[in-house]
Write a new protein. Structure first.
Length: 259
């Protein structure tokens, strides 16, 4: 192969890599080693969850940037607290964050207690799933958010028409999210894994977490908090099937231990 031919092939390869990185994010293709580790250290861009034990369990230090992530669990399991603490971590790095509250669970006072700066938080509220998904997609495509939480009413997850809208939206988002580095975290209560909507979300999500409250914590017969078990159902960037126990205090202290 002549030097000219070799140069032309390298140039074409560089152009192909640049096109992939523009479309799917800078970490889609890297030279030399896996995008997950270099020299044994995680290099996947991420945002900590606010719970060190969970960050360690996820292996990359938090939730990956530019990806769809899923957080499921029943009411009072710690799901919303975990999401709010995660948004606070995103703000701590100087980011603007958003919360699409179709379920109408958002409490600004509690969000502030979880460390959120409400002046750098966009909150969208709607009772219609189509509007909520359109709002979520518009915010995700804006490229201006570091992280975005979408919390839906659980009754929509078993509706076939709603599932179709959700699947279509999720199919359009990977490229815009990868370009901007925005993390989309989807919250829901349902554990009905055979519903079309949940199947679509499970397919698109890079990380899937399930939370369940284990027991209340008391001090002098007063409830002071509770322990929550977080299971990693899916992790494309690290091991799945691992669990972490995090402690959520009613005064918003948070600790965690790996299991």
């Amino acid at each position: 192969m002549s030097g000219k031919q070799g140069y032309e092939r390298r140039r074409q390869l560089d152009m192909a890599v640049a096109t992939i990185q523009r479309r799917y994010g800078p970490w889609a293709v890297v030279k030399g080693k896996s995008a997950t580790t270099v020299g044994g250290a995680a290099i996947i861009p991420h945002i900590p969850t606010g719970f060190p034990a969970l960050d360690q369990t996820l292996s990359i230090g938090g939730l990956p940037k530019g990806r769809v992530c899923e957080l499921l669990g029943p009411a009072t399991s710690g799901k919303t607290t975990l999401a709010l603490k995660f948004l606070a971590q995103a703000q701590a790095g100087g980011g603007q964050v958003g919360y699409v509250d179709q379920a109408q669970y958002f409490d600004p006072d509690y969000a502030h207690c979880c460390g959120l700066d409400l002046s750098h938080l966009l909150v969208g509220t709607t009772q219609d799933l189509r509007e909520a998904l359109a709002m979520t997609e518009a915010l995700a495509r804006s490229g201006s958010l570091t992280a975005l939480v979408f919390e839906s009413m659980d009754c929509f997850w078993t509706d076939r028409q709603a599932a179709s809208h959700l699947a279509a939206t999720l199919n359009r988002l990977p490229i815009p999210l990868a370009r901007s580095g925005t993390i989309l975290l989807v919250l829901h209560d349902s554990a009905t894994g055979n519903s079309p909507a949940l199947s679509a979300l499970a397919h698109c999500a890079t990380v899937r977490l399930q939370v369940a409250r284990e027991h209340w914590l008391y001090r002098h017969r007063d409830v002071r908090g509770y322990n929550t078990r977080v299971e990693v159902l899916k992790n494309r960037l690290g091991p799945s099937g691992r669990t972490a126990t995090i402690t959520i205090g009613l005064n918003d202290t948070a600790r965690g231990n790996c299991l």
